[in-house]
Design a protein around this ligand. Structure first.
Ligand code: PLP
Length: 451
């Protein structure tokens, strides 16, 4: 039979449980209660198969920056599918969507980040980066420079390469990660790990772990440092102000490459086109995905500086994906960038939406269960705590309370995510003031019900 939103929910859930293996999910546990079936969406709102409307506080998975239901993006895909649905860019050919998108990204990206290597996702793009920086140093006559430093609790994707760059211990325990040649340092999470230090002292201390690691591993062995400008999936960890300037100083001092994983932070999420601009850093490579197409098509890539591109372009880089520069994905991404630009969405985030969201979001610290509430642009998180003054985590298994709170939000038709005991928001950038008010009201109610 043909399935549709009119098929009874129980039947859709039965089929889902029988045949569909969900990512990052205990599938048996989910089957017992049944997945919520999302049938359609518009603006910031999702509709499920029972007709409930949910406010999407996560923009899907941090990606639907322009909101759902943009017909221009569907039209761009339709036009491109009819004109040229697929062609590769491997063997001496190119096509207009890929070159036009690369040109536009070079215009938008700061400094001399002028070259784009496309991928199908953020994970793939970080695999590209891993191989690209190592190849860069080999081609420069320094093949011993192979180690990449990254951070515990950072997230760079789910392939073996990108998952190894990431610092998610739960992922490392399954399937043979991390691969050799990757070294992790601590994250700048002052709330949880700052002890008696001020945030400024702690930011410096955590940044200096990079210098210590480089000295320990050998300055001539380190190829690159990769980090998200603001850690997203690790719990929206906004570093103290001292952190990034110190990292930049260390990267410059040792001449290692800096990779900014902008998969979440780019395309308006932090109030600028790129999170690197918000954090004041100068990466050699930026990883992009998600907001590049607002999630309407799977696409990712690496924006590469002149110096690295020149070295890579001078050899044959034996790397690429069938869907590198997929024409339909590129056409949709290009249209998405046009919408972000011409509708002034990035500027509006910086000047209007984000300041209002910050004002409202920070009121959550008045709730007895909320410690800090931190937000930059349109990505923020609150720390749940039984003891604000002590900045204490809950004594139960880390994440139990966060999980409960997320469930309460879900039941109250608000999508928030939890990472351990931090609750996260990352709504579509087009969210209105009224919708922000609704988000905060529902979050507060869900916190009440979690206590
Ligand atoms: N890098 C960051 C910072 C991410 O947040 C993600 C996904 O959440 C990725 C990389 C991986 O991207 P993808 O899921 O498209 O492979």
């Amino acid at each position: 039979s043909v399935l549709s939103p009119n098929t009874p929910t129980a039947e859709l859930q039965r089929i889902d449980a029988a045949h569909h293996m969900h990512p990052f999910t205990h599938n048996q546990g989910l089957a017992d209660k049944g997945a919520r079936v999302i049938t359609r969406a518009n603006g910031c709102w999702l509709t499920d198969s029972n007709g409930n409307r949910m406010l999407d506080g996560m923009a899907g998975l941090w990606c639907v920056n322009v909101g759902y239901g943009r017909t221009e993006l569907a039209d761009a895909a339709h036009r491109q599918m009819l004109e040229l649905p697929f062609y590769n860019t491997f063997f001496q050919t190119t096509h207009i969507p890929a070159l036009a998108l690369a040109q536009r990204l070079a215009e938008l990206a700061p400094g001399d980040l002028n070259h784009v290597f496309f991928a199908g996702s953020g994970s793939e793009a970080n695999d590209t980066n891993l191989r690209m920086v190592r190849t860069y140093w080999s081609e420069k006559g320094q093949p011993e420079r192979q180690i990449i430093i990254s951070r515990w609790n950072g997230y760079h994707g789910s392939t073996v390469g990108s998952g190894s760059l990431g610092g998610m211990k739960g992922m490392h325990e399954q399937g043979g990660m991390p691969i050799p040649g990757i070294h992790h340092i601590n994250q700048p999470n002052w709330w949880l790990e700052g002890g008696d230090m001020t945030p400024e002292e702690f930011g410096l201390a955590r940044a200096r772990e990079l210098e210590e690691a480089i000295e320990e591993l050998g300055p001539d062995k380190v190829a690159a440092f990769i980090a998200e400008p603001i850690q997203g999936a690790g719990g929206v960890i906004i570093p103290p102000e001292t952190y990034w300037p110190e990292i930049q100083r260390i990267v410059d001092k040792y001449g290692i490459l800096l990779i900014a994983d902008e998969v979440i932070c780019a395309f308006g999420r932090t109030g600028n086109w790129f999170g690197s601009q918000t954090m004041g850093i100068r990466p050699h490579i930026m990883t992009i995905a998600k907001g590049l197409s607002s999630g309407y098509q799977p696409i990712g890539g690496s924006i590469v500086c002149d110096e690295v591109a020149e070295v890579i372009d001078a050899t044959e880089f034996n790397h690429g994906y069938t869907y590198s520069g997929h024409p339909v994905a590129c056409a949709v991404a290009l249209e998405n960038l046009r919408i972000l630009d011409e509708e002034g969405i990035v500027t509006r985030v910086r000047e209007e939406t984000a300041p209002y969201l910050k004002e409202r979001f920070e009121t959550l610290t008045d709730h007895p269960m909320v410690g800090e509430a931190k937000i930059v642009g349109m990505m923020g998180s609150i720390a749940l705590t039984p003891d604000k003054a002590a900045r204490a985590p809950f004594a139960s298994d880390a994440g139990t309370v966060g999980y409960l709170c997320r469930e309460r939000c879900f039941n109250n038709n608000l999508v928030m995510r939890h990472v351990y005991d931090r609750m996260i928001i990352s709504p579509p950038l087009i969210i209105s003031r009224e919708e922000i008010d609704t988000l905060i009201e529902r979050a507060w109610q869900s916190l009440d019900e979690t206590m």
